[in-house]
Design a protein around this ligand. Structure first.
Ligand SMILES: [Cu+2]
Length: 228
């Protein structure tokens, strides 16, 4: 989750998010080089009188400053597309979780098991404890096994919502009458937080998402406890 003074992206909790952070830094370095070059050129132009009675055209420089940006764009587009298609891939998932957005809570269905479904409401302010985060914690957390490929099916029951976990690099629109699919695998144990990311009505800010990432054995224990 985001902590105090965290200006950058959250730490990646999935391989995809780690790659997204690398890509973000990569693009930032390219932007730094472009900004430096352009500012150097602008300052030089302001401080010098560049007049020549004989120079009418410059084929070489024009070719260069047309082709160079095109090459730079390729260096951004290639890793970007690679990531885009990697995120689209659903590789042999070991578990499917269905999230349904409602005004204003999420409900979850573990369709691999019978009768394993629950609603997940935000913990209201008057029930806060020392250990809970305001506007982020829910009464029923999603429990998921770490290091296993998980398929998410996201949909909504009333209006548009968006199921989001920033540290997993996941953001999927929840649309009524439509199933959207995404996948991830969580690389470490812990609690991951997210919030609905589609302006969905008055209590839009009060339908958080909480994932408890646990070792597979604990997950099996939780499943057997829940389906008793
Ligand atoms: Cu919503």
């Amino acid at each position: 989750m985001t902590t105090w003074l965290n200006m950058s992206l959250q730490d990646g909790a999935s391989p995809i998010m780690e790659q997204l952070v690398f890509f973000h830094d990569h693009v930032l370095m390219i932007m730094l080089m472009i900004t430096t070059t352009v500012s150097y050129m602008m300052i030089t132009l302001i401080r010098n009188k560049q007049t020549s009675r004989f120079m009418l055209e410059g084929q070489m420089i024009e070719t260069t400053w047309t082709i160079a940006p095109a090459i730079i764009l390729v260096f951004i587009a290639m890793p970007s597309l690679r990531l885009l298609y990697l995120m689209d891939e659903v590789h042999n998932p070991s578990l499917t979780l269905k999230a349904v957005g409602h005004q204003w809570y999420w409900s979850y269905e573990y369709s691999d098991f019978t009768k394993l479904e629950f609603d997940s409401y935000m913990i209201p302010q008057e029930e806060q404890q020392e250990s809970t985060f305001r506007l982020l914690d829910t009464d029923n957390r999603i429990v998921l096994p770490m290091n296993s490929p998980i398929r998410m099916i996201v949909t909504a029951a009333d209006v548009l919502h968006s199921w989001t976990i920033p540290s997993l690099g996941v953001k999927t629109d929840a649309t009524p009458g439509r199933l959207n699919q995404t996948s991830f695998s969580i690389s470490r144990p812990g609690i991951l937080y997210g919030q609905c990311s589609e302006i969905c009505g008055a209590n839009h800010s009060f339908m958080p998402i909480t994932i408890e990432s646990v070792p597979a054995k604990h997950f099996i224990d939780w499943v057997s406890k829940m389906s008793e």
